[in-house]
Design a protein around this ligand. Structure first.
Ligand code: IPM
Ligand code: MG
Length: 371
């Protein structure tokens, strides 16, 4: 008798297009419940502006308690103009930052992969992006996002604002190890990006990465690159990169650049991972790189691929279901090859589909591929 592996997922759809793309992802989860030896149970909860509206908090303690218990979290998107006037600590984004910080999800993996069918949709020449496969490893729980002090003081027309960039050795050490480990399974090359020419944290970053490399990963090719140069090289010749490891703020910026190379922000998934605990479990949250896009919310225009592919990363990294993740990737690739497009990636001669239309097509392809 075979035993079914069961996994608990917390679904945090959030704001804007979040609920629409999560609804399509749920259909994919159900499909894997019917077609694999794994069983997913899902619970939904509120986060971001939606949680603020209901509870005056973008991430309640009750939700955080669930987040700490489940096997993985799927996160949609948060934010929108509706909440511009809520207190800074209670803004929708604070919900996302609390999840990252409290669960210690320090390693943010942001793959930028160009689907062959979409090479034409990139703002760069197709030959520059065809076959592009970059992994950005962004430090996610430190740096200027969380450093103290973080405040605005003074009054009237002469105020003073401070953000603080802090990194400690252990924070750089653990993210460097994730990056080198990734590189070994990919192209064996790491670019470490900081600004040691102007920042003390950059000097320490470079020192620690160099040390870890020398001690434990000397067989991986390592290059140090200043963050501004990295941004420039990403649009000049993106295929020179394999893994890029960088801090929280540079990672935020560089990953948007890398994402756009692939044609649309609507295509890119991400994983935010913590350390493996004493119980053998790894805390993990999966989310699309794009935001809540309130301007198109509720109109069936959102591209659900990044959210669905985030579930694919969840299969791969949380549940060791590489075969199933590959199948999902194949289904997405096939749907794009067949010419189906949501508005963000629409091109002449292709067939325009809605958010749920894209979900239908991916499910149909999953059925095809597995029959
Ligand atoms: C991202 C987003 C977030 C960030 C925002 C929504 C706080 O831009 O995940 O890249 O800055 O990290
Ligand atoms: Mg960002």
């Amino acid at each position: 008798m075979s035993t079914m592996a069961t996994h608990d997922l917390l679904l945090l759809a959030g704001d804007g297009i979040g609920p629409e793309i999560m609804a399509q992802t749920k259909r994919v989860i159900d499909w894997f419940n019917d077609h694999s030896a794994h069983q997913f149970t899902t619970i939904d909860d509120l986060v971001g502006g939606a949680a603020y509206d209901a509870h005056k908090s973008p991430a309640t303690d009750e939700m955080m308690a669930k987040a700490g218990q489940v096997d993985a979290i799927l996160f949609g998107a948060v934010g929108g103009d509706k909440w511009t006037d809520v207190p800074y600590e209670a803004r929708p984004e604070a919900g996302l930052l609390r999840l990252r910080k409290d669960l210690e999800l320090f390693a943010n993996l942001r793959p930028a992969v160009c689907y062959p069918a979409l090479a034409q949709a990139s703002s760069l020449k197709p030959e520059l992006v065809e076959g592009l496969d970059i992994m950005i490893v962004r430090e996610l729980t430190g740096g200027v996002y969380f450093g103290e002090p973080k405040e605005i003081t003074g009054q009237g027309n002469e105020k003073r604002a401070v953000d603080t960039q802090v990194y400690e050795t252990h924070e750089i050490d653990r993210i460097a190890r994730v990056a080198f480990g990734m590189a070994k399974k990919r192209g064996n090359k790491v670019h470490s990006s900081e600004k040691h020419n102007v920042m003390a944290t950059g000097i320490l970053w470079k020192e620690v990465v160099t040390q870890i490399h020398k001690e434990d990963f000397a067989d991986v090719e390592l290059q140090h690159i200043l963050a501004d140069n990295c941004a420039m090289q990403l649009v000049r010749n993106p295929k020179q990169f394999d893994v890029i490891v960088t801090d929280n703020l540079f990672g935020d910026i560089l990953s948007d650049v890398a994402a756009m190379l692939t044609g649309s922000l609507g295509m890119l998934a991400s994983a935010s991972l913590g350390a493996v605990g004493t119980d053998g479990k790894m805390k993990a949250m999966y989310e699309p790189v794009h935001g809540s896009a309130p301007d198109i919310a509720g109109q069936g225009k959102a591209n659900p691929i990044a959210m669905i592919d985030s579930f694919g990363m969840c299969l791969r990294y949380s549940f060791d279901m590489g075969k199933e993740a590959d199948l999902l990737q194949q289904a997405i690739t096939k749907v794009l090859e067949n010419g189906l497009r949501t508005p963000d990636i629409m091109q002449e001669g292709m067939e325009l589909v809605s958010t749920s239309g894209m979900g239908d097509a991916i499910l149909a392809e999953l059925n095809n591929l597995s029959s």
